[in-house]
Design a protein around this ligand. Structure first.
Ligand code: FE
Length: 234
């Protein structure tokens, strides 16, 4: 029997993986970035075939990885993790620079980046595994802790986007053991649950605040989606 819970014991970081094709820049949030060799320095990334960036990397043969800070703003996760580059220019609202390969690297709330040329591509079913050789890399000067997937799940209460290898369908919305007295609402973009019992202390919303009483300009603390993007959790 396969227990999904066992997979949650693997530790991961969270990164923006980006690429460029012609004038089109794109990137997405990935937790599957790992170093495979040090001589030469090579990294692997697993990228959903449904992901627009995947298509771009396949054609351009380049990608860059920007390492997110633990304090990364919700709109970074919201834009790169839960929106499609087919609908928006994701880099438009952020500071970035162009690396040697032409791939953009994110400078907001990141600790470091590296720039890669693809040397191998493996088809692993739903995803493509790209192996990239690092041709350039740099620290940004931000000395925060790196954002880990565990911190994102447990502290920021985030869920995996649909195209992530670690996505679990039953998580959106998830199943609390107890019945809440006030109705809970979930973010239709990222699956975050607003629980009136907890409120949203980071945004000054005290425990016990019903969803209806949240200010109209309140945003999802995980992905930055609007209050109107929340739906009643049945
Ligand atoms: Fe959200």
């Amino acid at each position: 029997m396969i227990s999904i819970e066992t997979f949650f014991k693997i530790s991961y970081g969270l990164y923006v993986v980006s690429s460029k094709l012609g004038d089109k820049l794109n990137g997405y949030i990935s937790n599957t970035v790992f170093q495979v060799t040090s001589k030469p320095p090579q990294f692997a990334i697993a990228c959903s075939k449904d992901n627009y960036t995947s298509e771009i990397i396949k054609q351009s043969n380049v990608f860059a990885v920007s390492i997110l800070s633990r304090e990364a703003r919700p709109d970074i996760i919201g834009t790169f993790g839960y929106k499609s580059g087919k609908d928006v220019d994701k880099f438009d609202s952020f500071n970035y620079k162009t690396a040697q390969t032409g791939a953009p690297v994110l400078l907001d709330d990141t600790l470091a980046w590296f720039d890669c040329e693809v040397v191998e591509t493996y088809d692993v079913g739903t995803h493509l595994l790209f192996i990239g050789s690092v041709i350039d890399s740099e620290l940004t000067g931000n000395t925060d802790e790196p954002l880990t997937y565990a911190y994102y799940r447990d502290v920021k209460k985030g869920k995996a986007p649909k195209n992530a290898p670690t996505y679990v369908a039953s998580e959106m919305p998830d199943n609390p053991e107890e019945t809440p007295s006030l109705p809970q609402y979930y973010c239709t973009a990222c699956g975050h649950i607003y629980d009136p019992k907890e409120g949203d202390p980071d945004s000054g919303i005290p425990p016990g605040t019903p969803f209806e009483a949240l200010p109209d300009d309140w945003k999802c603390p995980v992905c930055g989606a609007d209050k109107s993007d929340f739906a009643l959790k049945e």
